[in-house]
Write a protein that binds this ligand. Structure first.
Ligand code: CP
Ligand code: NVA
Length: 329
């Protein structure tokens, strides 16, 4: 499998075999990390990490993975670079592409990361846009594979805002890999019709399926994986909280909802999660709307079924695999 020189912008661009290869490569890197085996075959190379939105997992994963591979990193935050303010994306891409072997971008529209990829001349990796979060998918699927031993035929139920980066990306990833994707959400939070049609084609080829339903119990029924995400994503205005709480509270992941899934089901969340009052925003929402927890109850988040920290660790191993494969480690 040769992915050298490829961009990693959305899983739409990758075949099921390529996705499986990256997941297996990540498992191999994870084993080597645990065994203390050095993998610094990309010594002398450097990568630029552009973050127009905040991050804990993605930034740390790119930095640690790059360092493990022997590479240097430069982190560019929204306030300390010229990007988009004084310098266009196309010009930025040509400058960074002349100094770095690869570029990570986290930010807003998918068209921005596509523009970077068009002009950079080096691999560009999508570290989250409004539309997609493809590096998260590999971590999620490595976790599912570690726990169940396989992906094909498994059912993943996503609860909440299914038309944004996580819902879109999970629908793509599931249907590519022969899994059954269900979204439990009010109709206006369903993914866009064009993307659903495209994913239906992936499902036809892979043996997967898509179910979009307003009934949370129907979505969760017999699922192997129950998945949710924050109700308000980065970059969205504060004023949407009220309608999201009203619209999405019926889709909160509770012990009762987990009960509709298989006995062996696991809970995943890309994180960060609002499951208690130990965050600034969590406290503000409590003061404004009286909620103690949002998209997932603390009981489910802290239960043995919750594999969210295994999933978070897998961000690093999978991002390492993506950089290694596209840079030809
Ligand atoms: N899941 C995820 O992308 O986390 P960060 O926002 O912390 O990078
Ligand atoms: N939908 C969330 C995902 C965070 C990893 C966001 O975009 O903020």
């Amino acid at each position: 499998m040769d992915l050298k020189g490829r961009h990693f912008l959305t899983l739409k661009d990758f075949t099921p075999e390529e996705i499986q290869y990256l997941i297996d490569l990540a498992a191999e890197y994870k084993r080597k990390k645990k065994e203390g085996i050095a993998v610094d075959t990309l010594r002398g190379k450097n990568v630029a990490l552009i973050f127009e939105k905040t991050s804990t997992r993605t930034r740390c994963s790119f930095e640690v993975a790059a360092h493990d591979l022997g590479m240097g990193t430069t982190y560019l935050d929204p306030s300390s670079s010229q990007i988009g303010k004084k310098e266009s994306i196309a010009d930025t891409a040509r400058v960074l592409g002349s100094m770095f072997e690869g570029i990570e971008y986290r930010g807003f529209e998918q068209s921005i990361v596509e523009e970077l990829a068009k002009y950079a001349g080096v691999p560009v990796w999508n570290g989250l846009t409004n539309e997609y979060h493809p590096t998260q998918m590999l971590a999620d699927f490595l976790t599912i594979q570690e726990i169940f031993g396989d992906l094909k035929g498994r059912k993943l139920a996503y609860m909440g805002d299914a038309r944004y980066n996580m819902g879109n990306s999970l629908m793509i990833a599931c249907t590519k890999m022969g899994m059954h994707f269900a979204a439990g959400a009010p109709k206006r939070y369903f993914p866009e019709a064009d993307l659903v049609a495209q994913c239906q084609e992936y499902a036809n080829a892979s043996g997967g399926s898509i179910l979009l339903t307003e009934d949370p119990m129907e979505a969760a029924k017999d699922a192997d994986v129950i998945y949710t995400d924050v109700w308000v994503s980065m970059g969205e205005p504060d004023r949407v909280w009220e309608e999201r709480i009203k619209d999405l509270t019926p889709y909160r992941v509770t012990t009762e909802l987990m009960g509709a899934a298989k006995d062996t089901a696991i809970f995943l969340h890309c994180l960060p999660a609002f499951h208690d009052l130990k965050t600034k925003i969590g406290k503000e929402i409590k003061d404004r709307y009286g909620l103690n927890e949002m998209e997932v109850t603390d009981e489910v988040f802290e239960s043995p079924q919750s594999k969210v920290f295994q999933e978070a660790e897998n961000r690093m191993h999978t991002i390492k695999a993506i950089m290694a494969a596209t840079l030809g480690a």
